[in-house]
Design a protein around this ligand. Structure first.
Ligand code: ADP
Ligand code: MG
Length: 235
């Protein structure tokens, strides 16, 4: 489980996060929602050590992550799938997965087979360059590359970005199944609140760096004010 406590981050004069606190339990999906510029990406970057907070801490199962190097945070089981996915377009599917495995132990062949069982389309396309994949397949590759190192925490930054609604729905279902089966702590950043709230157990809503809601996904989903003013979910 991840505990974020009083986290504040600035970029020069821009305050991106202001005293953000919430808990993301294991075996559950915690959606982090909010408009463009709300601070969602900054939050994930702070959890994985890519930006240093001005104040506050992030801990995982009692270990403080704040102040550690990103490589050490990765080794502690935190996998970050960045916005825009970060797969290497010129590399094949399998080469991308090998990169993800570099920090792991055990048999590469077993780890690849496991990911191909979860994402059969990646097995079919293992020798193809990532550039030839569809948007949904590329997102699956980004997730597989993170999962192949067997993390306990999965940070996903806007996985639905640019995907068709049906592809998004399938991907969200896969995230939900993985989370339950592997007892993962999933922090799911999304501007697409409708899709995220369908699979999340908990939801944190950010508005210009401040938490305006931190509750069960059901409560956030049914709150008219949140839907209208912060999530842009207009019927
Ligand atoms: N590298 C950066 N330098 C300066 N300002 C930044 C940087 N990254 C993000 N910001 C600012 O921080 C705020 C939060 O951005 P971000 O975390 O990317 O939000 P979101 O992911 O919710 O769209 C915004 O005002 C954004 O302009
Ligand atoms: Mg972002």
């Amino acid at each position: 489980m991840i505990v974020v406590d009083g986290l504040s981050v600035s970029y020069g004069a821009v305050r991106a996060l202001q005293s953000v606190s919430f808990e993301a339990p294991s075996g559950e999906i915690t959606a982090v929602l909010g408009a463009n510029g709300a601070g969602k990406t900054t939050l994930l970057r702070a959890i994985s050590g890519l930006v240093s907070p001005l104040a506050g801490t992030v801990s995982k199962d009692g270990d403080v992550l704040t102040g550690r190097r990103t490589e050490d945070i990765v080794r502690l089981g935190v996998a970050h799938v960045p916005e825009g996915r970060g797969v290497i377009a010129e590399f094949t599917v399998e080469e991308n997965l090998r990169l993800g495995f570099m920090i792991a132990r055990g048999s590469l062949a077993d780890a690849l087979a496991e990911q191909y069982a979860i994402f059969p389309v990646l097995g079919e396309r293992r020798r193809q360059a990532a550039a030839t994949l569809s948007g949904g397949e590329r997102q699956m590759l980004a997730m597989a590359r993170a999962l192949i190192a067997r993390p306990s925490v999965l940070l996903l930054d806007e996985p639905s970005l640019g995907l068709a609604p049906l592809v998004t729905a399938q991907l969200m279902q896969q995230i939900r199944e993985l989370c339950a089966r592997e007892n993962l702590t999933v922090v799911l950043v999304e501007q697409n609140a409708t899709s995220a709230l369908r699979i999340a157990q908990r939801a944190v809503v950010l508005r210009v760096g401040v938490v305006v809601a931190n509750d069960t996904a059901a409560v956030v989903r049914d709150d008219e004010n949140l839907r209208q003013y912060y999530l842009g979910m207009v019927e």
